[in-house]
Design a protein around this ligand. Structure first.
Ligand code: GAL
Length: 812
């Protein structure tokens, strides 16, 4: 008998005996019906259904159209004195409108003694749920996770029709939201006596090298008339899977029960950013001796301390927060959450030396938190971008009064066991900062945080920091986040020595990958008529600063906890400074572009944040239009000394210079006259000995298409991804750094072309097209696996270029 057959007979046996040891978790990810429609009630007669998989974002296929989100609006945060025409603000994609999803559900008659729940991780937005035409419930905030008990409405042994209607109103966000059921959905079938939804809360109140104490609160639901005893055994498993502690308690049955248990673990392996050790608590529920549920919770042992003078401590070790803000969209994949795409973003950030993520400005996907737990990235989970006073006509302000308490409570209950979460943000740049009632709302939300999780601080990001101080918003939170107040940290620290301060949002430097503008200058009002921005990393928005400015403040002020840079990746929407009738539809703020390709700025952060040796030189060296003119050269490095050679001639050795604004964190050779050939930098150690070098040569004509995948082997699960970087190279293999060839992409075999992205914020070709121009010589092809094993063949062609072929393998 195969193991599979044995297991299914075993589960039938369990059901015949009236109990199930394990809850069944059924992902509802395949073959949903979907249609866009224009009424809010579910339509019973279906004419134009598409079949889609969940997670699904109906807007990401495009087409881009600047009319779609054109709006006349005053963005106070950007300094607008009056309403202006804005374009591309939410990505110029068709996210607005209504949609309906439908799925057939079936459970056999034998399960009619069980409880049935449906869980949604996030539906954008105004989701209404119906089962067999009957209204079940709704959840307006598109970022909230929620669950409904379907048991009393479910027809066991028959076909059930689940309908989900969605409505995205115009002007509901300042950035791209995505559209539809963009996060996973699952059906859960449990015994009547089971651990409730998000039913455990695990803390580690005392940790020493010898032992760690664990406090476990568990909520049990008991849907039974029978009398008897419920026993809960909680077992703790260490990172290697060994059971290292357990605790057992019993109570007389009641419909809901709260168990509070404590146990200790000897010599716990701590969770930190280098060694993110994870433990698992397994809750086993018994009723009158029969096991009725098993439920697992991942947690970790770590301490966090926030000191007003000494900054942040992780496990008693002083640790500066080197964080980035991330929006929830995955660039060309839209908002539809994908595990691998999220993991890739975090890998790229981690490699830069980043140790923390701020989920600006909304609850993240569960996938992101699970990955941060595993990879060792700390997280600030943020709840809201607005409270009662809207930034957008149909924004969260329309929901605040009715839903804020529930949305925030649910967020914390969902996420409070993750060791990666270190603080809860109750909001970003609230308009209430300059209003008297602001302090009261901040206290209301901060109290919810403390009630639901006494182990972590509340915080918020204040851009009108003086208003927030005067109106009591700053006093209401445990950690006072300043957005773009690098110039005022010291003064406010002196005026309010009790505040624990940090940069909740910093820099907002802007750049386009591979673009360099002349003359090179410190520029707080960047605007160029090709709608691109210089990568010399001295361009930033009027309220922002160059990365160097914030580094300086962080380095010179021990009291600051650290910073969250705006942003790690480019994102859809908010194309500042080109948001007013320009072709742009995505941001320029990213340290990494929308395709996931590194901009020069990446290496500036890496040189400051990581302890790996970093040596990076810019710009490229192909300037036929600048013969005999100045092309300044800059280097990002953490080596003490670097010598530059242009066509073999030394241009001098440089060290960083603390006394000057753009010399403390970078090395510069400003007066270099361009001649074709090569530039070479040699990094030297303290003794002046050469350690590493980089050479950039002037490129010849485009000749070939070079392809390199981040992973050559994919899982045959229909959702794994390979990101293939494309480079246009000359005959010698040099990148053609200004090339814009149009490429055509074919994918055959056991994978499909998921998206193309070149990182150019002005490109209005849909990501799901099979052709696209490279941007400054590069783009990324995203290939998705199918369910079958075998080869995936990729062919990329372009005029006057040799066609390239690439092979991926899809395996179990
Ligand atoms: C901040 C805001 C962010 C983003 C950023 C751009 O004011 O919190 O969401 O808009 O500016 O610089």
């Amino acid at each position: 008998m195969t193991q599979k057959l044995f297991l299914s007979l075993f589960s039938i046996f369990l059901f015949l005996n009236g109990y199930a040891k394990n809850r069944e978790i059924m992902p509802l990810d395949k073959e949903w019906l979907f249609q866009k429609k224009d009424i809010t009630e579910p339509i019973q007669i279906y004419t134009s259904w598409d079949t889609v998989n969940i997670p699904h974002d109906w807007a990401i296929n495009g087409p881009f159209d600047l009319n779609q989100d054109m709006q006349f609006v005053q963005v106070i945060e950007d300094g607008d004195k009056e309403a202006k025409l804005r374009t591309g603000r939410t990505g110029a994609l068709p996210a607005t409108g209504m949609g309906q999803y439908r799925k057939e559900l079936f459970l056999p008659v034998e399960k009619s003694t069980q409880r049935v729940y449906i869980e949604f991780d996030g539906v954008m937005s105004n989701a209404k749920i119906y089962l067999n035409g009957e209204y079940i419930g709704e959840r307006p905030y598109g970022y909230s996770s929620f669950s409904f008990d379907l048991t009393d409405h479910f027809k066991f042994g028959k076909k059930n029709i689940l309908d989900v209607t969605v409505e995205n109103k115009p002007e509901m966000s300042r950035f791209y939201t995505g559209a539809g059921i963009y996060r996973p959905v699952r059906l859960i079938c449990t015994s009547p006596i089971h651990v409730a939804h998000w039913g455990t809360f695990i803390c580690t109140p005392e940790i020493s090298t010898k032992k760690g104490s664990v406090s476990i609160k568990t909520n049990i639901n008991a849907f039974t008339e029978k009398k008897g005893k419920i026993k809960l055994i909680t077992e703790i498993y260490d990172p290697s899977g060994k059971c290292v502690s357990s605790v057992s308690s019993s109570k007389d049955i009641m419909s809901t029960l709260l168990f509070e248990q404590n146990c200790t673990v000897k010599k716990p392996a701590l969770w930190d950013t280098e060694h993110p050790h994870l433990y698992t608590a397994v809750s086993k529920v018994y009723f009158n001796g029969e096991q009725t549920d098993i439920y697992k919770t991942t947690f970790g042992f770590r301490t966090i301390k926030f000191d007003k003078d000494k900054g942040f401590f992780l496990n008693e070790k002083a640790t500066k927060i080197k964080g980035v803000c991330l929006h929830h969209d995955l660039g060309p994949l839209g908002a539809a959450v994908n595990l691998r795409a999220t993991e890739r973003q975090l890998e790229i950030m981690k490699e830069m030396g980043c140790n923390a993520i701020r989920t600006s400005h909304n609850p993240p996907s569960i996938e992101l938190l699970e990955l941060c737990d595993k990879m060792g990235l700390m997280v600030q989970v943020e709840a809201f971008d607005e409270w009662k006073n809207g930034k957008c006509v149909n924004g969260y302000n329309t929901l605040f009064d009715k839903w804020a308490e529930k949305d925030l409570t649910d967020l914390i209950r969902r996420d409070r066991n993750h060791p990666c979460v270190i603080m809860w943000s109750i909001g970003n740049e609230l308009r209430e900062q300059d209003q008297k009632e602001g302090g009261q709302i901040a206290r209301f939300l901060s109290d919810i945080v403390h009630r639901e999780d006494p182990t972590r601080p509340s915080t918020a990001g204040y851009n009108n920091h003086i208003g927030a101080i005067i109106n009591g918003l700053a006093d209401a939170v445990d950690l006072v986040g300043f957005n773009y107040k690098h110039y005022d940290y010291q003064t406010q620290h002196e005026n309010h020595p009790e505040y624990i301060l940090y940069g909740s949002e910093t820099s907002s430097a802007v750049s386009s990958r591979g673009v360099y503008k002349f003359p090179v200058k410190d520029n707080w009002t960047p605007w160029y008529n090709d709608y691109q921005i210089s990568s010399y990393d001295m361009d930033y928005v009027p309220w922002g600063s160059a990365p160097d400015t914030e580094f300086e403040k962080q380095d010179d002020n021990e009291f600051l906890l650290g910073e969250f840079v705006w942003t790690g990746f480019d994102y859809l929407g908010e194309p500042s400074p080109y948001g007013e009738g320009a072709p742009s539809r995505s941001s320029y703020f990213g340290i990494v572009d929308l395709a996931g390709l590194k901009k020069d700025r990446y290496y500036l952060y890496q040189s400051q944040w990581s302890n790996k040796p970093v040596l990076h030189v810019m710009p490229h060296w192909t300037w036929p239009d600048r013969l005999g003119q100045e092309v300044p050269i800059q280097c990002y490095t953490n080596y003490p000394e670097v010598e530059l050679f242009v066509n073999g001639k030394s241009m001098g050795t440089k060290r960083k210079d603390k006394s000057q604004k753009f010399l403390r964190y970078r090395m510069r050779w400003d007066n270099i006259i361009y001649q074709p050939g090569e530039i070479k930098i040699i990094a030297k150690n303290e003794k002046g000995e050469p350690c590493e070098e980089r050479i950039i040569k002037t490129a010849g004509n485009p000749d070939k298409i070079y392809l390199k995948a981040d992973r050559d082997t994919l899982l045959a699960n229909g959702k794994d991804l390979s990101f293939i970087t494309v480079e246009i190279q000359d005959k010698e293999g040099n990148l053609c750094p200004r090339d814009a060839s149009l490429l055509f992409v074919k994918v055959n075999g056991n994978g499909k072309l998921k998206a193309l992205c070149n990182g150019d914020a002005t490109d209005l070709i849909p990501f799901t097209s099979n052709y696209m121009r490279v941007f400054n010589g590069k783009m990324v092809i995203i290939v998705e696996s199918k369910d079958k094993t075998g080869e995936i063949n990729i062919e990329v062609s372009g005029e006057r270029l040799k066609t390239s072929f690439y092979k991926l393998t899809c395996q179990q």
